[in-house]
Design a protein. Sequence first.
Length: 277
Amino acid sequence: MKKILLITTAVILAVYLIATFFWTGKFSAGETCTGLTVNIEESSTNYVTKEFILSELDRERLNPKNKPVSEAGIDKIEAMFNGKDYVESAECYITNDGIVHLDIVPIKPVMRVFDSTGSYYLNRQGKRMAANANIFIDLPVVTGNFTNYTEPLKLLPMLEYIEKDEFLRNLVTQVEVKDTNNIFIVPNIVGHIINMGTTDHFQSKFAKLMRMYKEVMPVKGWETYDTINLKWDHQIVATKRNKKSRLSIETYDPTTEEEAPTLEMVEKSEKKKTTDN
């Protein structure tokens, strides 16, 4: 029992000494900061570099190296970087050896937004980072007029679904929000756009789109339609290109077990339309 008590006491004492070593202010007024270490959390986009952080410190005259410890400005440094739009979080502290440590977590944007206020990147928490010519991050592009910064985040589940699917990832170039009931996808396939309606049940809507691409478009022609509308359950409404002044609408129901239209069926249909006209 005494042995256990001695071990426990020794552990508590060791923890106390370590904590005191790192966290108590044992510097005299004349001691100086001996160095600065900048740690940046790695990410898939290295748009925040140590060189850039050091240049920011120098520009604001906040580089603590060789300054007296009492003038290191640890709190100012931390507050400055936490206020930057390209930083998700920043922590600044000094260890007993006189070295100042600055830990930076860059913002992790999930989309790039274009709206009436300009262009910016947005993270999951709704924090935005202004886009500029020096930074390019390959992310889904969202356009529209939004009432607040977080509104585009409602698209995130659909965007993440697109990102995980190889075909959709290569297909979708942009999402355009006209209003809450008309969300358009601009595909890589030139010639038409896709109206998702809302983001409700987007998985089943993409399934309908895939069937349209596989069974209808190769027969009807990839330039036949200018809009594929997925708003409604159990059907696709495809708007034909308007060569005259009126719209021609065709409805394709993907829940039926009917065969996809054959070339012969298409030709008969087109001949009938010509005769009727």
